[in-house]
Design a binder for this molecule. Sequence first.
Ligand code: AP5
Ligand code: MG
Length: 218
Amino acid sequence: MARYIVLLGPPGAGKGTQAQRISETLVLAHISSGDIFRENLKDQTELGNLAKGYIDRGELVPDDVTIAMIRERLSRPDCRNGALLDGFPRTPIQAEALDKMLVEFNSEVEAVPYINVPEDVLVERLSGRWTCKDQGHVFHHIYSPPKVQGICDQDGSELYQREDDKPETVKRRIRVYMEQTAPLIEYYQQSGKLIEVDGTQSIEDVSNEMIAALFKDR
Ligand code: AP5
Ligand code: MG
């Protein structure tokens, strides 16, 4: 059966960082809703133009648009084995839509690693983050510096600071997370799928803890 793993956690918790590291180990496509929106923004597609205002304000893009986008993405051949979902679902409506979608695919969410990180650490991580222009690889000027300043180790493209990593937008994103996404912790706890991971550990230790938990019972 295809494996669907949902990475849950506040902005800056390390969802993208961990997804990049563990998607190869798990042989799963890394599907980041934020990266797909940013690609569309760059290409100025209809979806990108629609999403822009929400992303710039640190708010969520409407559920119907986001759900349709993820449904299309999960239907592609590279998701045949399942997917590692990063940034989706983000509201109870999206979580229910995902459950229904996966029933259609004869599958279900297998596990939900929840990367728990306190707010002050999030702000520090986001203010030091550098993201690659081509594929969204993530670096941090202290915790995960690139080998050559300003250049992505993986694909050689330029690194930039995300527009929505400005302090006032970060605050808004964290507030939106608390209001709209944090209820999913209980949603997945109730179905026994939540795996809480201490996200204040080093990047390496978080990966190891997550991989150990995901391979347990298999
Ligand atoms: P999205 O791109 O998903 O942003 P986010 O959830 O706010 O999360 P981030 O990407 O900021 O953080 P992350 O957890 O991936 O952390 P990272 O690994 O980079 O969404 C952006 C916007 O798109 C949303 O605001 C919304 O508008 C829209 N959107 C997206 N999905 C949506 C949805 N489902 N519904 C509606 N709208 C949606 O790490 C952060 C930094 O910390 C990096 O510099 C990294 O190097 C460093 N770091 C990571 N781990 C560690 C560690 N253990 N120790 C030290 N440093 C670390
Ligand atoms: Mg991310």
